[in-house]
Design a protein around this ligand. Structure first.
Ligand SMILES: *[C@@H]1O[C@H](CO)[C@@H](O)[C@H](O)[C@H]1NC(C)=O
Ligand SMILES: *[C@@H]1O[C@H](CO)[C@@H](O)[C@H](O)[C@H]1NC(C)=O
Ligand SMILES: *[C@@H]1O[C@H](CO)[C@@H](O)[C@H](O)[C@H]1NC(C)=O
Ligand SMILES: *[C@@H]1O[C@H](CO)[C@@H](O)[C@H](O)[C@H]1NC(C)=O
Ligand SMILES: *[C@@H]1O[C@H](CO)[C@@H](O)[C@H](O)[C@H]1NC(C)=O
Ligand SMILES: *[C@@H]1O[C@H](CO)[C@@H](O)[C@H](O)[C@H]1NC(C)=O
Ligand SMILES: *[C@@H]1O[C@H](CO)[C@@H](O)[C@H](O)[C@H]1NC(C)=O
Ligand SMILES: *[C@@H]1O[C@H](CO)[C@@H](O)[C@H](O)[C@H]1NC(C)=O
Ligand SMILES: *[C@@H]1O[C@H](CO)[C@@H](O)[C@H](O)[C@H]1NC(C)=O
Length: 608
């Protein structure tokens, strides 16, 4: 397999200028400048026993039920042989084995020759005519036992730390407490290697390496809105992959909204039959399970949100008697975005429907998730003016009804073994009281985060001024000629400008908080609201911008010395990581022009 054709290669000068390639940055990282080649027959052990792996170029995005042609059949064989898709419960060994296969496959199949990261004409590759030193063993040790919650953890329940060393002599050691920590370490391992352009050799120029790493934040997420636009399962799986490469661990699916209901509920089939954009634009229970399992195997917990009692207009298509203000106009008197529609707040039939919905859905989600999000943003008080049972938009009338609504639904969520998540308006605008274990997702900024922590809640930060990825790309509403045109010109959207990776990178969810308040900030989520995002532009809008937040959440906004992380240090690593993501199948946008990435950083910096 590895033929000794080296003698015919010209003598290449060994002139490496390695940047510390890994993204997100490990907490502690020391490296040398020796070259080690990765042997395709590397012997890997897991807790002392040899472990098989498959250097398959295939991924496992095909579910085991699918596939009729030969290639898909082969996929399925690989799937079952190497435990990519595990029937029944996940086991630590299967998770590690599949993670190892993915890691090595990504090194051997990415064909990552980093010419874009070096000066044109420079000889940046090691000299193959010198004696090659091989990395021959990788010893993986898991020092703890995985609790069942390792694959559906609450914040803080799984230890994601790991230590990775590569000795100059060619032995690699990876130690972690949990199998998820092993996955994080394997991802770091992949990012140390490059392919040689002259032949099929893979090398790291960084030996010896010593890394001790652990996340700063426990909740490192992306929120995808599958209601404004539907995303096929494959696109969500690809997003999960990219999240895992970024060491992100929560995918929040904002699965329904007033525009569409793609979620198939067998006990209430009319919801998606009437509410989906098209029968093809739906997620079956098997799809959801596949997404959750696929995520769990990568240390990415997939949890769902049914946004209510606002943002639920689409239910009027199947249950018109339960919803008020559906598609009411002008929409801005009744909701933030058409079509409007909210649940009736004092209606036993609404509770009955939700009982049936939760009885069907929540037991299916609970094996793979610790959380369920009940929404609660942007409820417009006017909606209840149209409710025969209420006819009021007064806070003092509506607040007790909403309190009862939340109490009822959250009791159901907890009964299913899940922890409820809500948007910030529920406690901050409506003064709803909830159990302090409830997680509150904030989007309106630092003052909200501060007030929520002061009330004692745990917080996920999605500050729209930093971490909304849909912003700054213009209006999607059409503006009539005349006064409307003039009032809308130049048609910026509400949260313009666009959030560049640099702005995203500048945000610290814990900024300005005292230690006890900061401790309640579990982390954050990048929001992918999808009014003008679908499968065609998903990758380029999310990546590598979400990577910037991924590093803030894993490594911290500040480094070990307490200094802000620098764009000058980050950009070369992000440039490199972006190349890796593209080669691994995610269409991430470029960070800088090639002139800047090709070893001319000094010419692409602004310093005062
Ligand atoms: C999964 O684990 C649970 C609890 O540990 C057990 O009750 C169940 O039978 C297991 N399921 C499978 C398919 O192994
Ligand atoms: C990683 O290294 C640190 C420092 O030596 C040590 O305290 C920790 O226990 C190690 N972790 C594992 C999982 O071995
Ligand atoms: C990194 O090193 C510092 C100083 O030795 C130590 O305090 C810290 O715990 C280490 N971090 C990790 C994640 O091992
Ligand atoms: C409620 O409707 C009235 C018009 O009837 C409007 O003036 C007001 O702005 C609306 N309130 C909200 C919060 O949209
Ligand atoms: C809510 O419904 C109950 C039972 O129908 C009724 O007694 C009560 O007046 C209603 N509350 C409001 C604010 O309309
Ligand atoms: C309540 O409705 C009245 C009458 O339409 C309107 O003037 C007022 O602005 C509304 N209040 C809110 C909070 O929307
Ligand atoms: C919530 O409480 C604040 C201050 O205590 C008050 O101003 C506000 O009106 C209340 N909101 C509701 C919906 O009751
Ligand atoms: C935060 O709390 C302060 C003090 O109670 C209040 O004035 C402010 O309006 C609150 N802001 C938000 C966004 O809840
Ligand atoms: C550090 O970054 C924060 C924003 O995260 C910014 O407000 C602050 O000015 C920066 N400090 C320095 C010294 O640049």
């Amino acid at each position: 397999m590895l033929s000794p054709l080296l003698s015919c290669l010209s003598l290449l000068l060994f002139a490496l200028h390695p940047v510390a390639a890994v993204w997100p940055a490990p907490q502690n990282f020391t490296k040398g400048d020796k070259v080690l080649y990765l042997h395709q027959n590397i012997a890997v052990t897991y807790n002392g026993a040899p472990v098989c792996w498959s250097p398959s170029p295939h991924d496992d995005r095909v579910s085991p039920e699918e596939g009729t042609n030969t290639e898909q059949f082969l996929y399925r064989q690989i799937t079952y042989t190497y435990g990519y898709v595990v029937p029944g419960n996940l086991t630590s060994k299967e998770v590690v084995q599949a993670g190892l296969s993915r890691a090595l496959a990504s090194i051997f199949h990415s064909k990552f020759v980093p010419w874009k990261l070096h000066k044109p004409g420079s000889e940046f590759e090691p000299d193959l005519s010198q004696g090659l030193k091989w990395l021959k063993t990788l010893q993986i040790t898991q020092t703890g036992q995985d609790d069942p919650s390792a694959f559906k953890p609450l914040a803080g329940e799984v230890d994601e730390s790991y230590n990775l060393t590569l000795s100059g002599e060619g032995d690699a050691k990876l130690a972690a407490v949990s199998s998820i920590g092993v996955l994080r370490g394997l991802e770091t391992f992949t990012q140390l290697f490059y392919q040689h352009s002259a032949a099929t050799f893979w090398y790291t120029p960084y030996a010896p390496v010593s890394i001790q790493d652990a996340p700063r934040f426990q909740h490192r997420g992306v929120m995808m809105d599958t209601a404004r636009h539907f995303f096929p399962v494959d696109d969500i799986l690809r997003t999960i992959d990219a999240m895992a490469w970024n060491k992100m661990n929560r995918l929040h699916l904002h699965v329904t909204d007033s525009q569409s209901w793609p979620l198939v509920i067998p006990a209430l089939p009319e919801l998606s039959e009437k509410g989906a954009y098209h029968p093809s634009q739906t997620y079956s229970p098997a799809d959801i399970e596949h997404l959750q399992k696929y995520g769990a195997q990568r240390g990415v917990e997939v949890y769902l949100e049914i946004d209510m009692p606002g943002h639920i207009g689409v239910v009027a298509k199947s249950h018109p008697e339960l919803v008020v203000a559906y598609n009411e106009l002008p929409y801005w008197w009744w909701c933030a975005e058409p079509p409007c529609g909210a649940f009736k707040l004092n209606n036993t039939a609404v509770d009955a429907l939700l009982g049936k919905l939760f009885d069907d859905l929540l037991p299916r989600l609970a094996p793979y998730a610790a959380y369920f999000h009940t929404g609660g943003d942007e409820l417009n008080k006017n909606d209840s003016m149209l409710d025969d049972g209420i006819r009021s938009n007064k806070s003092e009338v509506l607040q007790p009804l909403l309190q009862r609504f939340i109490d009822t639904q959250h009791a159901r969520v907890r009964k299913a073994g899940l922890t409820p998540v809500v948007w910030e308006e529920i406690p901050l605008e409506w003064n709803i009281t909830m159990d302090k274990s409830t997680v509150v997702q904030s989007w309106l900024g630092a003052e909200s985060v501060k007030n929520l922590t002061a009330k004692g809640y745990q917080v996920i930060d999605s500050n729209y001024n930093f971490w909304y990825l849909d912003c700054g790309r213009g209006q999607w509403l059409n503006w009539a000629n005349g006064p409307a045109f003039a009032s809308g010109y130049p048609f910026h959207d509400w949260c313009s400008p666009a959030k560049s990776w640099r702005l995203i990178y500048a945000h610290d969810p814990r900024a300005g908080l005292a230690a006890d308040a900061a401790a309640r900030v579990l982390g954050g989520e990048l929001a992918v609201w999808s009014e003008t995002i679908d499968a065609t532009n998903l990758d380029s809008l999310v990546w590598p911008r979400a990577s910037a937040a991924g590093e803030v959440l894993w490594s911290g906004r500040t480094d070990a010395a307490g200094h802000n992380r620098s764009q000058l240090e980050a950009a070369p690593r992000l440039n490199e990581f972006r190349e890796r993501m593209v080669l691994r199948g995610v269409g991430a946008s470029p960070v800088q022009m090639t002139f800047c990435t090709q070893g001319s950083p000094g010419e692409c910096e602004y310093t005062l």
